[in-house]
Design a protein around this ligand. Structure first.
Ligand code: SF4
Length: 461
């Protein structure tokens, strides 16, 4: 047997193992839930950490590091490398939503919940709210946002669907981003339609239905965007198995072809505009200039309350004991910077993408397919930006990781080159003439390189 065949059998075996080990997976999910609830709630009872507290000596610092230094960046990385296993196997929120749904009312899913804009809207609102309340620094906003999201997931589970993860499929704030990043993964559950038909009289155990909790239409599933990789359908009808695929093949030949405006919104204004600004506003000169301008405008108008009014911690950051208070002017400057970055990214990327679509001589939907080619750079910039939280927390405890900034810059640059290469492959699907493909990719490369230059400068600062 050749080594690719051995590799294929090995991963297919891993997929089958997931079906056989559902009891162990469920126990693992309960362990994750207990750890999650513990790290979210116990820091609420403790005093805020001081400069003398370290990750290894203070539970609040440890919880911050687990949530924002490990969980958030490395789940993004894991999703790009192996698909959405986190969602299907370990996510405490998804598991709680499904457990609630097992005993819930089982109502039909309302049509408003199926609106395709929810992933973008919920990601944007939670990201901005998280910045306004300093979610990365303090346990109360973390408990409010994460705990509130978990409570909502359970409430939705208890009301809609039976043993399903309706929340994860339609409303989870990070589901849309994970769905995009998962398209890069070289692993997926492959459906073979021919085997499905052939095995219509397959033994009963395969004819029994599969409970796909995130409501993926298994028979017609393409790609791994919506699939949570729970493995429950592995070997169903002898037609589904965990399999290797070319990384990003889903972008070029799979679900990338049917991408919509909402996918493009999540990639361009959100991941390439809002996220870099949300992760770097506090170090940004633009923020300081905007803030100063707003302060002067308020003083000129004799409006003092936006400069001095303190709002509760659940509206704006308010920790006077830690000398950390966000005024209305600070919040307005933050929102303006994020909005400006979002508009800038939209103009910078969408105009060249529109021209590239014209050069490829196709209709407007090509723009959305080309935007999918930006997923590598968007995912890398998200991961490397989030790593700032990891590095910052370690540095404040005296732990330096050599060359990490160079590595981050190299990762984002390599992802940018990958994006441009993908745009060329996408162009090849719509246009035979080489010069048109090259011209479309050259246009695509312009904003990509500009974004890279700016992002690398931030990472190396
Ligand atoms: S299609 Fe559904 S059941 Fe199959 S692995 Fe994906 S999430 Fe699980």
């Amino acid at each position: 047997m050749s080594s690719p065949q051995v590799g294929a059998r090995f991963v297919a075996g891993l997929g089958d193992m997931l079906v056989q080990r559902q009891a162990i997976i469920r126990r693992l999910q309960w362990i994750m839930i207990v750890a999650y609830v513990f790290l979210l709630t116990v820091p609420l009872l403790l005093p805020l950490p001081t400069n003398a507290d370290f990750i290894w000596s203070n539970l609040t610092r440890f919880a911050q590091f687990v949530f924002w230094g490990i969980w958030w960046p490395f789940v993004v990385l894991g999703t790009a490398l192996v698909g959405r296993f986190w969602c299907g196997l370990l996510c405490p929120e998804g598991a709680l939503s499904e457990f609630a749904s097992e005993r819930g009312a089982g109502r039909a899913i309302p049509s408003w919940m199926k609106w395709s804009g929810w992933p973008a809207v919920s990601f944007v609102s939670t990201t901005v709210y998280g910045q306004l309340t300093s979610i990365y620094q303090y346990p109360k906003p973390a408990a409010l946002l994460l705990g509130g999201s978990t409570f909502a997931a359970m409430a939705i589970g208890a009301r809609y669907g039976k043993t399903k993860r309706v929340w994860c499929r339609f409303l989870c704030p990070v589901s849309g981003v994970f769905g995009l990043v998962g398209k890069l993964a070289p692993l997926h559950f492959r459906v073979e339609p021919e085997a499905w038909r052939r095995n219509s009289d397959h033994p009963v155990r395969h004819k029994a239905g599969v409970n796909c909790a995130p409501l993926v239409p298994i028979k017609t599933m393409q790609g791994a965007s919506a699939c949570h990789m729970c493995g429950r359908c592995s070997s169903h009808r002898g037609a589904i198995r965990l399999a290797w695929r070319k990384p990003a093949s889903d972008i070029v030949h799979g679900s990338g072809r049917t991408a919509t405006w909402w996918d493009t919104v999540l990639i361009v204004p959100v991941l390439l505009g809002l996220v870099p600004a949300a992760l770097n506003w506090s170090n940004s000169g633009v923020f300081q200039v905007t803030r100063q301008w707003l302060v002067e405008a308020c003083v000129n108008q004799h409006w003092m309350s936006p400069l001095s009014l303190r709002l509760p911690w659940w509206i704006l950051t308010n920790y006077p004991a830690a000398s950390d208070v966000m005024t209305i002017v600070d919040a307005a400057a933050l929102i303006l910077v994020i909005a400006a970055s979002t508009v800038l990214a939209s103009c910078m990327f969408l105009v060249p993408l529109a021209f590239s679509s014209v050069i490829l001589r196709r209709r407007f939907y090509v723009l959305h397919h080309l935007a999918q080619a930006l997923i590598p750079i968007a995912a890398a910039s998200l991961f490397c930006g989030l790593l700032s939280l990891t590095i910052g927390q370690l540095r404040s405890d005296g732990i330096m990781i050599r060359y990490v900034d160079l590595l981050r810059a190299a990762t984002v640059s390599a992802a940018g080159a990958w994006s441009v290469a993908l745009s060329f492959r996408v162009g090849g699907l719509y246009q035979q003439l080489l010069w048109r493909q090259l011209a479309a990719s050259a246009l695509f490369a312009l904003p990509t390189v500009a974004f890279l230059v700016g992002w690398v400068a931030v990472l190396l600062k």
